[in-house]
Design a protein around this ligand. Sequence first.
Ligand code: CA
Length: 235
Amino acid sequence: MNLKQEILLIEDERNICNFIMTTLRTQDYKVTFAGTAASGLSLAASGCPDLILLDLGLPDMDGLDVIRNIREWSNLPIIVISARTQEQEKVDALDAGADDYITKPFGTSELMARIRTALRRSALNNMSAFAENRYEAANLIIDYEKHIVTVDGKIIHFTQIEYKILTFLARNAGKVITYDTLITHVWGPFADSNNRILRVNMANIRRKMEKNPADPQYIFTEIGIGYRMIDNENL
Ligand code: CA
């Protein structure tokens, strides 16, 4: 089975859209298209693009904010397209989380080379994430493949939401994860969710896995910021 890789193009200029879409389809990529930042963000969240081509000059939102929004919940490669050539703008886009930058006007071969590079890097990152199929710290084991969590060898049952919260924190063990990042990852970028629902879920997670939920040893609260999971000892 050879699935086509999907590219989401967010660009408001019709001529450039047509050029890029024709080029990509000729190269056997699947292309979806959005003419505004809002529809682009919605497609990025609802579809599963392998890569995003993003025009920085969109009618409804600054392209940098689009990058920041996507980076709150996804690592998928983003290549920025812009007519503007200022160095600072490239830096800003990369700082915001873009993977690469291409300046209009550009040729087909340059565009294809950038896309291939970004997709290859992304595939390598995903492979190393998969290779790490287990989290282990202080008698807590999470088997990502089997979806099994044990504490002191005893299986703990979590709801789907609880498991998503727990594994996101575990995959980022040792790092402070903000409430917003966590909410966006678990409920999606446009979810009508809030800190209160997250806190309720966290209370349930701790009740199930912590010996003393008031004095947690696995997931710590960084007051006013978010949560931090104890470091994975196997890394
Ligand atoms: Ca534009």
